[in-house]
Design a binder for this molecule. Structure first.
Ligand code: AMP
Length: 291
């Protein structure tokens, strides 16, 4: 069983002890309600570091919808059981007042990176993410931190944060883990009714369809065709389907981009907002990492 820490001081002490005995720390920030996607990050962290810290904190300032925050699943007992079965040394499970003891003043500017897609539909979301991740990095002081490509834009934002502030942490992207029917694993999937759950793989199918169309049509045409496919399915309410440069996240008018081209989607299925993405044109080899 990993050690459960509630305060910054406890975690900082554990990490300092590990470092004192020559261990590097790998860090996996999460909001809990863990699934195999999260556990893949933890396993990757354990492969590359001798000491692994997972944080579980439902970060209120990254929610722009009060219902979403209230309904977000909280399953700490189950999470601890899952983390007992993987190599994990410390779980940091702070209270809100531990993370935010006083007024939050940090403001980050990610420019065009945060103006598109999630940034457009969830104002303030990425500032909330950046605030909590920066504070968690300050507390845990990891050598490497692990983020899922499932949240492609978030990964780009975190890389930008780290490079701009010159933080001494290496960001390690991890591939999206899917259910056998293609649905990207997500804590929010547990909120789907069985009939919705049965329809949910449609999102991944549209991404695959976009990849197939990429050899035949322009990005604008692919986008329009996929939007039409969504509009014909009454179960879904599409927020966006974008075809973007995998580094800048700006929409593209050709598929010829050295960092690759990614299709990103956000849609409501009933009350549940789901996001997913797929690299539909791979980066040209030697062009650095995509996100
Ligand atoms: P969350 O708890 O949703 O904030 O996610 C915590 C971390 O797990 C983030 O870096 C996510 O991108 C990552 N993650 C969530 N779902 C998946 C998945 N299906 N596959 C890989 N990583 C994931």
């Amino acid at each position: 069983m990993p050690r459960l820490c509630h305060t910054r001081d406890e975690v900082a002490r554990e990490v300092a002890l590990a470092r004192g005995s020559g261990k590097q720390t790998g860090f996996v920030p999460t909001m809990g309600a863990l699934h195999q996607g999260h556990l893949s990050l933890v396993r990757q962290a354990a492969c590359e570091n001798e000491f692994v810290v997972v944080s579980i904190f439902v970060n209120p300032i990254q929610f722009n919808n009060a219902d979403d925050l209230r309904n977000y699943p909280r399953t700490i007992t189950h999470d601890m059981a899952l983390l007992s079965a993987v190599p994990c040394d410390v779980v940091f499970y702070p209270s809100e007042s531990e993370m935010y003891p006083s007024a939050i003043e940090e403001k980050y500017d990610f420019g065009t990176l945060s103006e598109v897609m999630e940034g457009r539909f969830r104002p303030g979301h990425f500032n909330g993410v950046a605030v909590v991740v920066k504070r968690l990095f300050d507390i845990v002081n990891p050598r490497r931190a692990y983020f899922g490509e499932k949240d492609f834009q978030q990964l780009a934002i975190i890389k930008n944060l780290v490079s701009r502030l010159e933080l001494p942490v290496e960001i390690r992207p991890c591939p999206t883990v899917r259910e056998s029917d293609g649905l990207a694993m997500s804590s929010r999937n547990t909120r789907l009714h069985p009939s919705e759950r049965a329809q949910a793989p449609f999102i991944y199918h549209t991404l695959k369809e976009a990849a197939r169309m990429a050899s035949m049509y322009s990005p604008a045409d692919v986008k329009r065709k996929i939007e039409d496919i969504f509009n014909q399915n009454p179960a879904f309410k599409l927020e966006y389907f974008e075809i973007a440069d995998a580094r800048t996240l700006q929409s593209v008018d050709s598929f010829d981009h050295p960092d690759g081209v990614v299709a990103c989607v956000a849609a409501f299925l009933g009350q549940v907002r789901l996001i997913d993405n797929l690299m539909i044109c791979p980066p040209v080899s030697g062009a650095g990492h995509s996100a």
